[in-house]
Design a protein around this ligand. Structure first.
Ligand SMILES: NC(=O)c1ccc[n+]([C@@H]2O[C@H](COP(=O)([O-])OP(=O)(O)OC[C@H]3O[C@@H](n4cnc5c(N)ncnc54)[C@H](O)[C@@H]3O)[C@@H](O)[C@H]2O)c1
Length: 265
């Protein structure tokens, strides 16, 4: 027996079909099959972690003011003096066990309430993860990880700070820091480009934008999307007019920006 649908049921069915159609259209047109929330991509650099107590690279008290990167962060340095390279990264790893995420890292976690947030970081610390951010892509490696010098697919996470000469992988080869050194390819750059191309908004924070290929990522952002740059030393005149420049630190500027974005939603 055919049950004739009442007006109310028919109305609900038509609403449901409309919703289904719209969702399918969105997936077809944008390729986005998630919640429909906007994709917010954050590109972070050393300034992001400065207020946690981790030194930047090129500021006046930055790491490269004291050391030449060729002596510490290159395949040649590893070949010439692996002990010195290990000491440099051990010192930084030790510090990482002593610092905490700052208000900027925590603010980015809050954004996940209303946005699909993807962080692409040039930093090798794990402060975004420890603040709770769910999607973090590391461009230049991770300080707490080490890998085999013979088989790069053998990657291990250290639960202590010190890596020594003689510490070997399961195949017997020396372990090295899981860091992208100068002159080495950046394996995650293609994934980063793919993510930036999908962005509805891009926030760049705490980077001098001097290291390629990370710097070039901005050029892959879809035309016309809002771009925000947070850096206390940023020069607004050096950026295109569509870039909103906020001359503030990560720990102060990000919570304000996040409040603003959450209110707009
Ligand atoms: N393989 C290695 O060991 C190695 C060596 C050198 C650089 N790198 C990579 O190069 C990347 C690029 O350098 P970068 O741009 O990240 O660092 P950077 O030191 O070049 O720039 C830091 C930026 O942060 C800004 N800043 C300082 N304090 C801030 C704060 N509190 N809040 C917000 N911004 C602040 C500064 O004005 C500056 O523009 C590094 O992140 C690093 O991964 C890697």
């Amino acid at each position: 027996m055919v049950k004739v649908m009442g007006k109310v049921e028919a109305w609900w069915l038509s609403r449901f079909l409309l919703f289904l159609l719209k969702t399918l259209c969105r997936i077809f047109v944008t390729g986005k099959h998630t919640t429909g929330m906007k994709h917010l991509v954050i590109l972070s650099g050393a300034g992001m972690s400065a207020e946690s107590g981790i030194k930047t690279f090129r500021d006046d008290d930055g790491l490269w003011r004291k050391h030449r990167f060729e002596d510490l962060a290159s395949p040649q340095a590893w070949e010439n003096n692996p002990q010195l390279v290990l000491e440099f990264y051990n010192e930084r790893r030790k510090q990482l066990f002593e610092v905490e995420p700052n208000e900027g890292h925590k603010a980015l976690k809050r954004l996940e309430e209303r946005f699909e947030v993807q962080i692409i970081t040039q930093n090798v610390d794990d402060l975004h993860e420890r603040a709770g951010s769910g999607r973090v892509l590391h461009l230049h490696g991770e300080l707490k990880k080490v890998r085999s010098t013979a088989n790069p697919s053998l990657v291990y996470t250290l639960d202590h700070w010190e890596l020594k000469l003689g510490d070997c992988c399961e195949e017997g080869a020396q372990l090295r820091p899981h860091i992208v050194w100068f002159g080495e390819p950046v394996p995650n750059i293609s994934e980063a480009i793919r993510l930036v191309k999908k962005a509805d908004m891009l926030v760049v924070v705490g980077t001098s934008l001097q290291v390629y290929p990370a710097t070039g990522l901005i050029d892959y952002a879809p035309h016309g999307i809002p771009v925000v740059l947070i850096d206390p030393k940023a020069n607004p005149a050096a950026h295109q007019s569509h870039v909103r420049v906020i001359r503030d630190t990560a720990a102060q500027g990000l919570p304000k920006l996040v409040d603003e974005l959450l209110q707009q939603q």
